[in-house]
Ligand binder design. Structure first.
Ligand code: ZN
Length: 367
C-alpha cells in the first residue's frame, strides 16, 4: 500500500466561524444559545499569558457558573499535561460542560481540542495519537485564536508529544475539528514582534512544504497559494503588525490550516519536530531555525524567508546544536525520520536513501 494519497477524500473544516475585529462580542450570544438551563456550564481553557494580561479579553463576559482554567503553554503540550487537565476536571466534578472554549495560540487550541475529545471518549490522550481513533464527538468546541500562523484553528488534529516514546502526533479525527471559531484580529494586537513573526511563519512553511510535495490536489494548492500571497503582503510590508496585516495574517493562518488539512507538509516539519522533542524548542521557532539551513531542499523559499527576516529585522537563533552529545544527535535523528508521511511527500518512498542518518545529523549540526 502506498504511504500517502493525493486528492481530497472527505475534508471537514470548522463547522461555524465568525471573523472580524470585535467579533469576540459574539461569544456571549453564541453561548446563550447553547446553554441548556441555568445549571449548564462552560469551561474556558485560557493561555496563562492572559491571567496577567487580561486586556485583550476584556470584552468576554463569563457567566458565574462557568469554570476558567489558565493553562501554561510555555512548553508544548505533552500527553501527560492533557491527562492531568482531564483528571482535574473529573476530580472537581466539572467533567460535563456544554462547551469547551479554548483561547490562545496553537498549543492552547490543541489542548482544548484534546480535552474536549477525552471528556466523551474513555482513556488517555496517548490512546488517540494517530488517525481516526476518536470514536465519539467531543464536547462542543469553541476556538478563539490569539496568535496567527499555526492553523490549529482549522485542522483536524491536536499535536501533542508523548515523552515515553518520543511520539509527536495528534488526534487526527473529524471529531477534533472545532464546532465554532471566533477569529478576532483585535486579540493579536499585543503579541510580541518575534513571536508574531515566528508563529506567522508557520503558515508560510506549511504551504511551501505542501506546494513542493509530490501529493497535491487542486484545493490544497488553492489554499496554499492564497496563504502565501497573504504572508508575502504581511512580511514584506514595513509594519507587519498593523490592524490590516494582523487581519491578513489571521486569514492566512486559517487558510494555511485548511491547506495542510488536505495535503502534507514536507522536510521542515519533521526536523522541527526533532528540535521540539529533543531540545524543547517551540514549534514555530524550531521551523524558523530549520528554514535558515535547509536551502538545498527549498532554495527559493529559504531565500524569500531570509528576505522576510531582514525586512522585519528578526534574528533566528543559531548554534543551538553546537555542543550536543552523540546521544542527543541520535535522538534528533530518530524523532525526525519517524515522520514518514511528510518525508515521503517531500522525497518519495525512498526518502531514507536521501536522508541517511549521517545526512540528517549533518543538517542538524548546521543549526
Ligand atoms: Zn507547523
Amino acid at each position: 500500500m502506498r504511504t500517502l494519497e493525493s486528492g481530497v477524500k472527505n475534508a471537514k473544516n470548522a463547522v461555524h466561524y465568525v471573523f472580524g475585529r470585535g467579533s469576540i462580542l459574539q461569544l456571549e450570544p453564541l453561548l446563550l444559545d447553547l446553554r441548556e438551563d441555568e445549571s449548564s456550564y462552560a469551561i474556558y481553557l485560557i493561555d496563562s499569558y492572559f491571567e496577567k494580561n487580561p486586556g485583550p479579553l476584556k470584552d468576554i463576559s463569563k457567566s458565574d457558573i462557568d469554570f476558567v482554567i489558565y493553562v501554561d503553554t510555555k512548553h508544548e503540550p505533552k500527553t501527560d499535561d492533557i491527562n492531568l487537565l482531564l483528571s482535574k476536571l473529573q476530580k472537581t466534578g466539572k467533567d460535563s460542560p456544554f462547551a469547551i472554549i479554548g483561547i490562545g495560540g496553537g498549543s492552547m487550541l490543541d489542548i482544548a481540542k484534546a480535552v474536549s475529545n477525552l471528556l466523551t471518549n474513555e482513556g488517555q490522550a496517548e490512546d488517540y495519537q494517530g488517525w481516526d481513533l476518536v470514536k465519539k464527538p467531543g464536547v462542543y468546541k469553541i476556538g478563539i485564536p490569539t496568535l496567527s500562523g499555526t492553523g490549529a484553528e482549522a485542522t483536524r488534529t491536536c499535536v501533542m508529544t508523548n515523552p515515553k516514546n518520543g511520539l509527536k502526533l495528534g488526534m487526527n479525527s473529524d471529531h477534533t475539528v472545532f464546532d465554532q471559531l471566533i477569529m478576532d484580529p483585535n486579540l493579536t494586537a499585543t503579541v510580541p514582534r518575534d513571536q508574531y513573526f515566528y508563529t506567522g511563519m508557520d503558515a508560510y512553511v506549511h504551504c511551501i512544504e505542501s506546494l513542493a510535495g509530490g501529493y497535491r490536489n487542486a484545493i490544497g494548492d488553492a489554499f496554499s497559494d492564497q496563504t502565501l500571497k497573504l504572508c508575502r503582503e504581511v512580511f514584506l510590508s514595513t509594519d507587519m503588525q498593523t490592524d490590516e496585516n494582523r487581519e491578513k495574517l489571521m486569514v492566512a493562518s486559517y487558510l494555511g490550516g485548511c491547506a495542510i488539512a488536505t495535503s502534507y507538509v514536507g522536510i521542515i516539519h519533521p526536523f522541527s519536530a526533532g528540535l521540539s522533542v529533543v531540545l524543547g524548542v517551540h514549534h514555530c521557532m524550531a521551523n524558523c531555525i530549520v528554514m535558515a539551513v535547509i536551502e538545498e531542499f527549498y532554495p527559493n523559499a529559504v531565500e524569500e524567508f531570509l528576505t522576510f527576516t531582514d525586512k522585519q529585522t528578526i534574528k533566528i537563533p543559531q548554534e543551538i546544536c553546537k555542543n550536543l552529545s552523540q546521544e542527543q544527535f541520535d535522538n534528533l535523528y530518530k524523532s525526525t525520520i519517524i515522520h514518514e508521511k511528510p518525508l515521503t511527500n517531500a522525497l518519495g518512498e525512498d526518502f531514507k536513501k536521501i536522508l541517511t542518518k549521517a545526512k540528517v545529523i549533518e543538517i542538524f549540526k548546521r543549526m
